[in-house]
Design a protein around this ligand. Sequence first.
Ligand SMILES: Cc1cc2nc3c(=O)[nH]c(=O)nc-3n(C[C@H](O)[C@H](O)[C@H](O)COP(=O)(O)OP(=O)(O)OC[C@H]3O[C@@H](n4cnc5c(N)ncnc54)[C@H](O)[C@@H]3O)c2cc1C
Length: 407
Amino acid sequence: MPHVIIVGCGIIGATIAYELSRLPDLAITVLEQQPEATFFPAMAPPVSASRPDWPTLRPVASHAALGILVGISSQKRKGRAWNLRQASIRRYHSLLPELTALTGQPIAHNPQGLLHLLTADANLGDWQTLCEQRASQGFRLDYLSQEQLHDRYPDLDLTGVVAGIHSPQDLHIQPAALLRALIAAARQQGVQFHFTTAVEAVEPCHAAMAPTSSSHNPMAIVHTQTDSFSADWVILAAGLGTAAVIPPGQPPVALMPVLGQGIQVRLTRPLAGHVPLPVVTRNDIHIAPLDTHDYWIGATVEFPQPETPLVPDRAQLQTVWEQAIACLPALAEATWVETWYGLRPRPTHQPAPIIEKLAGYPNVILATGHYRNGILLAPATAQQVSTLMGVNLPLPDAAGSLHQGKA
Ligand SMILES: Cc1cc2nc3c(=O)[nH]c(=O)nc-3n(C[C@H](O)[C@H](O)[C@H](O)COP(=O)(O)OP(=O)(O)OC[C@H]3O[C@@H](n4cnc5c(N)ncnc54)[C@H](O)[C@@H]3O)c2cc1C
């Protein structure tokens, strides 16, 4: 049975592992440098001595993500960027119920969609055309006037807002819950996970080098500090860590870290409006309700500066916070529960994401560099990886297919 090794268990590695586990004839192993408790904190609750207003680093970027899927309402209209987005949104609508059925655990998400608040500088004609185009593509995007916005969402401050776009099929998914479900479901389907296992190198395999346990001629050997694993396929999904494990002699995979901070806040009482809030987005600031009291707000986009350590900039987080209050004034009363930051993997010389075979290694696949959209693009990435491997993923159960959302 061909052996697939996946390096990294962020959202990309875990999604690929789960999707490939739906095929009966693959043996799959995931190698992840972080301990299992990073992914299942209930097994070893972290002792948090941190101040809620002082951001702590989440070393797995997927745990730092807000989990907002700007798919149908993205401005991408055609080509690779749109194809990946629409494939992912379609798959998420079947994936969430599928994972819940397998694990018995619901995955925390907000099905109210996304609401983009448009200000005077927005090209309203462009947005109206996009709504029509999405309808012709089988999706739904609703144009809302200022009056409609006010009636439906009275808690929002609409000063400077000229219209809104509601995208009922886009989602907000809590990434840690999704990751846990993917790992649990993949495990049930036979995937082996090795945590606290950092990959040090990947090298092409010559017969004499194959580990003695290998019964065939593997294509590559994956070395960790203590072990060597033979593999027929190696999928490098190690986020920013990918560059360090590509085989020697390869052109480097150029990725830069782009820092992002987020905040969780809590209201003492629910909002006045009767319609539950979708994720609200204005000028690239997102307010994502988790329930009636807790909200995630973010995120900053902080690029590395020459000869300066990349550390969270308090002033940028403050700006995000002030813009969020300007949009939803009730937040001014909220208390901060937590702030955190993570590092997004951004390709330096090519568009995000990188999903391709490594030059000269037909069985080593790069699946990295998802920058600001790794949660969104994970299912489509798994589909592309399977295509590169020459295997077809089974079609998802029709029961969870894309619905038209609430009016
Ligand atoms: C503040 C913030 C907000 C964001 N919001 C969103 C959002 O709303 N929507 C969205 O779609 N995206 C969002 N993103 C982007 C998203 O987080 C990333 O694109 C995505 O998490 C990348 O996933 P990944 O699996 O490639 O990397 P990671 O999640 O970093 O996973 C890589 C894994 O590989 C492991 N690894 C690394 N090196 C090795 C090695 N040598 N051996 C073994 N394991 C290794 C790491 O420990 C890690 O677990 C946000 C990011 C940030 C920081």
